[in-house]
Design a protein around this ligand. Structure first.
Ligand SMILES: [Fe+2]
Length: 168
């Protein structure tokens, strides 16, 4: 793998408070709050596909952008994980399954995966124990289940995919 890091994911207890402090500290502009919502997330808390609803905001500046994510669920994004750096994100990965299999052969397991209706991987995280407490995130180059915080459809990017940013 040789792609540059697209974003650094930071897990926080209170998203609005985090946007405020990260904006003030960095001078960065953060997007409106959105949600990554799926009923097909699997992780160490529950091996069967289950509901996952992560409130998120991205910095406009980057890459690497900063992704702030609020605690949710009982697994990879739960309060038990603590606040702080959660993952290094790689977007538009052309072969998320092949990447997962290659890393698993290298001793880096998965923990956290969002699946589409066909059971294909939309995104996945490495197990934080494999890499010093930090996960890698690999996101497939397909539309992701993102909506605005109030449930409205997300903005659309240049490819027509859901986005937290309106097209300029
Ligand atoms: Fe991410």
């Amino acid at each position: 793998m040789s792609e540059p890091i697209h974003h650094i994911g930071v897990l926080v207890r209170d998203l609005e408070a985090a946007i405020d402090r990260w904006s003030r500290a960095t001078g960065y502009t953060f997007s409106e709050v959105g949600r990554y919502v799926t009923d097909a997330y699997v992780d160490h808390s529950e091996a069967d596909p289950h509901h996952h609803d992560a409130r998120i905001a991205f910095s406009k500046e980057g890459p690497p952008h900063i992704e702030l994510m609020e605690f949710t669920g009982e697994g990879t994004h739960s309060p038990a994980q603590g606040e702080g750096i959660h993952h290094l994100g790689f977007m538009n990965h052309p072969d998320v399954l092949g990447c997962k299999e290659r890393l698993e052969r290298a001793g880096v397991a998965a923990d956290g995966m969002a699946l589409d209706d066909a059971g294909d991987i939309l995104l996945w995280f490495t197990d934080k124990r494999a890499l010093d407490g930090i996960r890698l995130e690999f996101v497939s180059p397909v539309p992701q289940p993102i909506v605005m915080d109030d449930g409205r459809p997300a903005h659309r990017d240049a490819h027509g995919f859901p986005s937290l940013w309106p097209t300029d």
